[in-house]
Design a protein around this ligand. Structure first.
Ligand code: SAH
Ligand code: SF4
Length: 340
């Protein structure tokens, strides 16, 4: 049975038309789900009893159980159990300007980046759109907070679950859904080139971030297996195409790994690679994991790298460290709970 939280409003409208039900009911259903936040179809009291029965025969109201919650001043981290017993996680970061959530898009990840905890578990399956939506709904309910922005940077490679990702964006962006503005939504990809090209045609102005992490193929091949499929040249061409088509700036993510990709030579090579492109670089402090061969760059190396890039006229920021003490890096909570 389909989870009703996986249905975009347009899909719901087509379904209603097939049932010979007026399409405005889709708006009413959305209001019950996302405004009044009902827990059962029976609570949808402006719908006829027999129509509620039809809804029950065709849809369920999703299931996502909170298994554990960790909390610090700035971070909330949830481990969720899905209907099939698998676990995923989501992290909320509290900023002065609002709360942002990092959602998971798959159970596990097949990309196998050498430094990443999420990739330790091969992909079990894609998350349905509703399972992504429910991460937001559950957290808003449990913590009594409002989520203002969404990043798809949890467990999984979102562009390897493209169709559900797109539905998720439509549902959370819908004014009758969660009404989260496209500019407050960001998706991060390890560099699935055909999907970057496809995403350039997606009409919502969602931010794109690309995990580059290395300025040349030799190094990127070593830490990101995906580079053997889509190498840096192909990737940069796709990013250039995306920028040209959308006229939007792309974020280049660069995780700082000690003695791996944090040298001055790497910084210079990165500048050369990004020269003239409408991008900005986000340096990510590495959250140390059970991948013992990787550790975080020193503060000094990080700042040297930062200065070089900045002096070359490329916008660069250092990501604030969130919840290092509470296993907030991708996949870490799940790893500690499930793989132990
Ligand atoms: N699969 C997508 C999105 C999820 S990962 C991607 O790879 O882009 C989100 C970001 O966190 C990526 O840039 C990823 O490389 C980075 N990351 C993974 N493990 C990390 C860790 N232990 N510390 C800091 N960043 C990490
Ligand atoms: Fe997957 Fe992203 Fe982790 Fe790479 S960094 S293994 S793509 S989740």
């Amino acid at each position: 049975m389909t989870d009703i939280y996986s249905m975009t409003k347009e899909e719901l409208i087509s379904w209603l038309e097939m049932q010979n039900v007026k399409s405005f009911k889709a708006v009413q259903i959305y209001e019950w789900l996302y405004d009044k936040r009902v827990k059962s179809f029976d609570e949808m009291t402006n719908l006829k009893k027999d129509f509620i029965e039809v809804l029950k025969e065709n849809f369920n109201l999703g299931s996502l159980k909170i298994r554990t919650k960790q909390e610090s001043d700035t971070t909330l981290k949830y481990l969720f159990e899905l209907k099939d017993g698998n676990c995923i996680e989501a992290v909320v970061m509290k900023h002065d300007y609002g709360n942002s959530i990092c959602v998971s898009s798959q159970i596990g990840c097949n990309m196998g980046c050498a430094f990443c905890e999420s990739g330790r578990l091969k992909k079990v399956r894609n998350l349905e759109a509703g399972e992504m939506v429910l991460q937001i709904l559950k957290i808003e309910e449990e913590s009594n907070i409002k989520i203002n922005s969404v990043v798809v940077m949890g467990i999984g490679e979102p562009f390897d679950n493209y169709d559900n990702l797109i539905k998720f964006f439509k549902i959370i962006n819908d004014p009758k859904g969660l009404a989260i503005g496209a500019r407050h939504i960001t998706v991060s990809t390890s560099g699935i080139v055909p999907k970057i090209i496809e995403f350039a045609d997606f009409p919502l102005q969602i931010n794109l971030a690309v995990s580059l992490h290395a300025p040349n193929n030799e190094l990127r091949n070593k830490i990101m297996k995906i580079n053997k499929v889509y190498n840096i040249d192909t990737l940069m061409d796709a990013i250039r195409y995306y920028i040209k088509k959308t006229n939007r700036r792309v974020t280049i993510e660069y995780v700082m790994l000690k003695n791996v990709n944090d040298s001055e030579a790497c910084a210079l090579e990165l500048c050369k690679l990004l020269k003239g492109m409408n991008v900005y670089v986000n340096l990510i402090p590495y959250n140390e994991t059970s991948h013992l061969e990787f550790s975080k760059s020193s503060e000094e190396d990080k700042m040297k790298f930062y200065d070089i890039v900045r002096r070359h006229g490329i916008t660069i920021t250092v990501r604030r460290e969130f919840g290092a003490g509470i296993d907030a890096a991708c996949g870490q909570l799940r790893a500690n709970e499930v793989i132990k």
